[in-house]
Design a protein around this ligand. Structure first.
Ligand code: UDX
Ligand code: UDX
Length: 455
């Protein structure tokens, strides 16, 4: 083996990224570590802890050959020349910066463990999304706690989107690697570049200083989220004026300066990154005395919260201003299709709003478990009005209304006639993703509400 690398954190990012590196570089030994034994056992099994189309094949092509999953983090640190850090960085829930700043306790713990174990020259690569200047903090921790090793810290943010992780890793728009602009820093950057260059064209591998790389990740996500909030703001105006938001999106997207992607109006964006990264960005802006810049980006999050509340509000209003005791079928809970991830999914807010109004909420999602849905909506609490089922027809039987919250392909071709027949009348349908055949539904007899569509 020419090189040994490891990754601390076997999550949505660390697992797939390392599996791809191992698949593309058979001579590089890749170990993915995590203290969570269950998670590591799952990575070593036929049921991976992360659902991604194509992931199982990539993992199986390399597992046991040059790809290993282990809970022995210290050993992996000792044996690896390059150490990726991909531990979670949730938004702080306590103390200074609560609700906005990233909680870096896992990053710091990782740095301290690396300092304890490392010997010789080590390259540390931040894969987690982190506030600008975190690399500097890592440097300080590493250098003050180790006498046996020398370190270079690089930033290599991951831009993969969930559901398309394998495609994105296989053929990314770009790979970004930031590091110190010193001879040692540049040599470390080159080392990591040479791994990605095994399958990614050189011109797509960008190298920058550390801070540009760290900040670019936050800014990329902020811009993407901003596009969704922009089109969602226009969806409200479309509903009021009789314009159709999908037509508006198509028309503006033809302008090559705007481009067609990320203009799909929805019930609101979710996922582990957008909200967290914008909050993080605004925290940085406040910290550096730029409240106007912070307020500008905060409005993106506010618009998203409003869109979610507007959707549940619309359901209540259309159902004659009360959903108390009414059965609402919720189709889709994941934050987008083709993933079992529910972090920050718009469905959480919508279900909570409906439960607060006294509705009976019956949820179906093809990939998300009942336990996960319950814990996202209720935490440790309970509510007899929340029911989770394993089929669409079961969810919709006897319902007053159906709400589509995730754009799963299987929802596009349901037997809507059978669904309609099983529902109370008038049968309402709220399409939070604009994926259903609305004309056909109206012909069947549904009362259809869709985002940004004329009533
Ligand atoms: C990643 C990045 O880390 C995050 O910063 C980015 O914004 C989103 O993507 P992700 O892989 O999605 O996070 O998170 P998660 O699936 O929660 O995985 C993190 C893993 O790190 C977990 O398996 C957790 O057990 C592990 N972990 C946590 C460690 O290995 N060590 C710790 O000290 C803490
Ligand atoms: C995002 C970024 O795309 C990725 O580059 C980064 O590495 C992590 O964060 P992800 O959160 O996995 O990826 O999914 P993404 O496809 O960006 O979707 C985020 C949310 O926006 C989803 O809830 C999705 O349904 C929603 N969305 C997306 C819309 O509502 N409309 C759109 O046009 C696009």
């Amino acid at each position: 083996m020419s090189t040994s690398i490891c990754c601390l954190g076997a999550g949505y990012v660390g697992g797939p990224t390392m599996a791809m590196i191992a698949a593309k570089c058979p001579d590089v030994r890749v170990t993915v570590c995590d203290p969570n034994e269950q998670r590591i056992a799952a990575w070593n099994s036929d049921t991976l802890p992360v659902y991604e189309p194509g992931l199982q094949e990539v993992v199986e092509s390399a597992r046991g050959r040059n790809l290993f999953f282990s809970t022995d983090i210290r050993k992996a640190i000792r044996e690896s020349e390059i150490i990726f850090v991909s531990v979670g960085t949730p938004t702080k829930t306590y103390g200074v910066g609560a609700g906005r700043a990233a909680d870096l306790k896992y990053i710091e713990a990782a740095a301290r463990m690396i300092a304890e174990e490392a010997e010789g020259a080590k390259i540390i690569v931040e894969k987690s999304t982190i506030p600008v200047k975190t690399a500097e903090a890592m440097f300080t921790i590493l250098r003050s706690n180790s006498t046996k090793a020398t370190f270079q810290v690089l930033s290599n943010p991951e831009f993969l989107a969930e559901g398309t992780a394998i495609e994105d890793l296989n053929d990314p728009d770009r790979v970004l690697i930031g590091g110190e602009q010193t001879p040692e820093g540049l040599a470390a950057i080159e080392k990591v570049v040479s791994i990605y260059a095994r399958w990614i064209p050189r011109e797509k591998i960008l190298t920058t200083n550390l801070w540009s790389s760290e900040l670019s990740k936050l800014v990329a996500n902020a811009f993407l989220a901003q596009r969704i909030s922009s089109i969602n703001s226009i969806s409200a105006l479309c509903e009021a004026t009789g314009a159709d938001v999908d037509e508006v999106a198509r028309a503006i997207g033809k302008d090559s300066r705007i481009g067609p992607k990320f203009l799909k109006a929805s019930v609101g964006y979710g996922g582990s990154c957008f909200q967290k990264d914008i909050l993080n960005l605004t925290y940085l802006c406040h910290h550096f005395g730029l409240p106007e810049v912070a307020a500008y980006w905060e409005s993106v999050v506010k618009m998203n919260d409003w869109q979610k509340a507007r959707f549940s509000g619309r359901i209540v209003r259309d159902l004659f201003n009360t959903v108390n005791g009414k059965h609402i079928a919720v189709l889709g809970f994941a934050f987008k299709k083709d993933t079992n991830d529910t972090r920050e999914t718009a469905a959480i807010a919508v279900c909570r709003d409906l439960l607060a109004e006294g509705a009976k909420v019956v949820v179906y999602d093809p990939k998300v478990s009942e336990a996960q849905i319950r814990s996202e909506i209720l935490g440790n609490g309970s509510n007899p009005n929340l029911v989770v089922v394993t089929g669409v027809l079961e969810a919709c039987k006897g319902a007053h209304a159906v709400a589509v919250l995730t754009e799963w392909d299987e929802f596009k071709t349901l037997d809507f006639r059978a669904i309609f027949d099983g529902m109370l009348k008038p049968a309402f349908l709220f399409d939070g993703r604009n994926i259903l055949p609305h004309q056909e539904l109206k012909k069947i007899g549904f009362r259809v509400f869709a985002i940004g569509k004329p009533a």
